[in-house]
Design a protein around this ligand. Structure first.
Ligand SMILES: *Cc1c(COP(=O)(O)O)cnc(C)c1O
Length: 482
């Protein structure tokens, strides 16, 4: 399998060459040259596989420069009942006939990002060791991504994580998830400022090419291809769990922000999985809903981006969207380049009236948006009718899914986080505390460790340089958590 850029300006590369990135040198995104097709006979054989076995079968179609036995071993160590709470890894729960919840948030940080990030931790450690390299992951977070990355990279040999967050602005639960880690390779930096200040500091350090090279600075953001492909697996797993016969179609409803999760559904469908609809659900930040309804893609300014009760979907543009548009325009890099040039120049592009937009229906995409009141009502209804408490992100998906159900086609709603992470909204919706899974009862009371810093790029660079010079941590004892 070779990887190309959506804008055509990258020599073909192998998986391990693109593993640490996602952004191509020409500004496009890295994509596989083709989606391998899975025929009905193979699909039927896969039905009885465990999650880890299925993940191996799918991943090896995209990863052919890691020996099969090694990949199988990495995947087996990633998808364990110990890390994800059950042998099923992503269990499917029926709410009523034809309506299901796919539970993706039983990993260590209680959000679906763990499913891909945990694999990334194992892959990074393996490839860095092979190449005798180290990596310093630098990131900015306002919640889910940072904690998933830290929990995936903790104790990993050859890797340090420097994670910036706005001081005092994350929820107590999310803060504790990050700051209570005591692994010597994890560095939490609480910045006096807002999330954008943190992101600007990361950008400034990454733009200092000499520093970036000298200290092997990398990221784990949502455009990382390995994260996308790891997510393809649970669409297959869910389809097996919801069907008994190999031609039955199902639909998926996906709470969406950066378009990484639902892109994985699109890829599963392109590989031959019988998916009827892919329901893109957004909150008030409805960039994607606007596109799928009208053909107009219009990223928003920071001032136009709303802070909502489903904060992990508060995006101004959808960073993975370019990968879907590449497929939509017939994988034509010149066309993608022209569209993104228009985006740079005019701040939007519009496919209304084009043959591409007419083809959109062939891809199964439909969409909808929810409001805060919609999400609270959906949390209440889901609790009353099915006895299940869902979080605000999942509620957004369940809400929009209702509009797109079809007789005879099961609708699978992706649960992207557990309610315990968003306790305030749950209290507002049902007047009760969100249920907490075992092991998290005392989370906020554990000792916390972090470095407080002004929004000062020089100070950040000195901090990174000192920690690297101190050595130790990145070569330290091998994976604490096995
Ligand atoms: C990241 C996240 C999303 C959005 O996923 P995308 O892949 O960015 O579309 C939705 N819900 C939760 C809880 C998340 O953490």
């Amino acid at each position: 399998m070779r990887y190309l850029s959506t804008r055509g300006g990258m020599p073909p590369a192998r998986f391990t060459e693109i593993l640490l990135g996602g952004l191509a040198p020409d500004g496009g995104l890295v994509v596989p040259e083709a989606y391998p097709r899975v025929d009905a006979a193979r699909l039927a054989r896969w039905r009885r596989l465990s999650y880890a076995e299925l993940a191996f079968e799918i991943l090896r179609l995209y990863i052919d420069d890691i020996p099969g036995a090694d990949l199988r071993e990495l995947v087996a160590r990633t998808y364990t009942a110990r890390t994800f709470g059950s042998e099923e890894i992503t269990p499917l729960r029926a709410l009523e006939p034809g309506l299901h919840l796919l539970r993706l948030s039983n990993g260590p940080t209680l959000a679906f990002k763990d499913v891909a990030m945990q694999l990334l931790g194992h892959l990074f450690e393996y490839v860095l060791a092979k190449e005798g390299r180290e990596l310093n992951i630098l990131g900015a977070t306002s919640g889910d991504t940072g904690s998933a990355a830290e929990h995936a990279m903790r104790g990993r040999r050859g890797i340090r994580v420097f994670m910036l967050s706005p001081h005092g602005r994350m929820s107590p639960f999310q803060t504790a998830q990050m700051f209570s880690l005591d692994d010597p390779n994890i560095f939490n930096i609480a910045v006096d400022g807002v999330f954008d200040d943190c992101q600007d500091m990361v950008k400034a350090v990454s733009a200092d090419l000499a520093f970036k090279q000298r200290y092997a600075i990398g990221t784990v953001n949502s455009i990382n291809w390995a994260r996308v492909v790891a997510q393809v697996v649970y669409y297959f797993k869910a389809w097996f769990a919801a069907t008994t016969d190999d031609s039955q179609r199902v639909s998926f409803a996906v709470p969406s922000g950066n378009f990484g999760n639902v892109l994985a559904g699109h890829i599963a469908r392109a590989m031959g999985l019988p998916i009827a609809r892919l329901v893109v659900a957004t909150n008030e930040n409805d960039v994607l809903d606007e596109f799928f309804r009208s053909g107009r893609y219009r990223p928003r300014a920071a001032a136009e981006t709303h802070q909502t009760s489903s904060p992990s979907m508060d995006i101004s543009k959808a960073s993975n969207f370019e990968r879907f548009v590449y497929d939509l325009v017939g994988r034509d890099p010149a066309r993608v380049s022209a569209l993104w040039r228009a985006l740079d120049e005019r701040g939007e592009f519009d496919l209304a009236g084009t043959p591409e937009f007419a083809r959109l229906a062939d891809y199964g995409f439909v969409s909808g948006a929810s409001t805060h009141a919609d999400r609270l009502a959906t949390i209440r209804e889901t609790r009353a009718r099915y006895g299940v408490t869902i979080d605000t992100h999942t509620a957004d998906g369940v809400r929009v899914a209702q509009r797109w159900r079809e007789p005879g086609v099961p609708m699978i709603c992706l649960e992207t986080a557990q309610p315990a992470k968003f306790a305030d909204a749950i209290r507002e919706a049902i007047g009760e505390e969100a249920p907490r899974p075992p092991g998290y009862e005392d989370l906020e009371n554990r000792p916390q460790r972090f470095e407080r810093m002004g929004a000062d790029v020089g100070a950040l660079q000195r901090f990174i340089a000192e920690r690297c010079a101190a050595g130790g941590a990145a070569q330290g004892p091998a994976a604490k958590r096995g």
